[in-house]
Design a protein around this ligand. Structure first.
Ligand code: ATP
Ligand code: MG
Length: 139
C-alpha cells in the first residue's frame, strides 16, 4: 500500500510513538522508511569563533535523536535511512517528502513543546495543511 514512509522525530516520546507505528507500517507494507530530524538554524549574531563548535554540537545532538529513534523501528525488511537537516521542522519534513517521493508522512500529534494542553503541535499542524501525500498523526 505504501512504498516509502517518512517519520519526523524531535527527541520527544510522542515522536518515538510515531516511529514505532511507522516501523510496524513499514513491516506490513514492505516499505522503505526515512527518519527525518530538523535542527535549528544558527543564531544570526553568533561570533565566527563559535560557528564550528555550535554546528558540531547541533549535528551531534541531531545524530543522538536519530540513533534513539532508530532503536524504536525494530526489524524491517527494506531500507531504513536517516536525515538531519537545518531548518523549521515542517519545512524540512515537506522538503524531504517531496525530494524522496514518499507516499506517507507520519508525525506525532505533539512534540517537545511545553504546552501539555495543546491538541496538535504547530509543526504537525503545518505538515497536515501543506502535505501533498497522506499524513498519519499519532497520538
Ligand atoms: P510546538 O512546537 O508548536 O510548541 P509541539 O512541540 O508539542 O508544539 P510539534 O513540534 O508540532 O509539537 O511536534 C509534533 C510532531 O512533529 C513530533 O512528534 C514530530 O513527529 C514532528 N516534529 C516536531 N519537531 C520536529 C523536528 N525538529 N524534526 C522532525 N520532526 C519534528
Ligand atoms: Mg515542537
Amino acid at each position: 500500500m505504501f512504498n516509502k514512509i517518512l517519520v519526523g522525530v524531535d527527541g520527544s516520546d510522542h515522536a518515538l510513538k510515531a516511529v514505532r507505528l511507522a516501523g510496524q507500517l513499514a513491516r506490513a507494507c514492505n516499505a522503505d522508511l526515512v527518519l527525518v530530524h530538523a535542527y535549528p538554524s544558527l543564531p544570526k549574531d553568533i561570533g565566527e569563533a563559535k560557528v564550528q563548535e555550535t554546528v558540531s554540537e547541533r549535528l551531534r545532538a541531531a545524530n543522538e535523536v536519530l540513533e534513539r529513534a532508530l532503536q524504536e523501528v525494530g526489524y524491517t525488511p527494506k531500507i531504513v535511512e536517516t536525515e538531519a537537516l537545518e531548518g523549521v521542522a515542517a519545512d524540512v519534513i515537506l522538503r524531504v517528502a517531496e525530494a524522496r517521493k514518499v507516499d506517507l508522512i507520519v508525525v506525532g500529534s505533539r512534540g517537545l513543546g511545553a504546552l501539555a494542553s495543546l491538541l496538535l503541535g504547530s509543526q504537525s499542524q503545518d505538515v497536515i495543511q501543506r502535505a501533498t501525500c497522506p499524513v498519519l498523526v499519532v497520538r
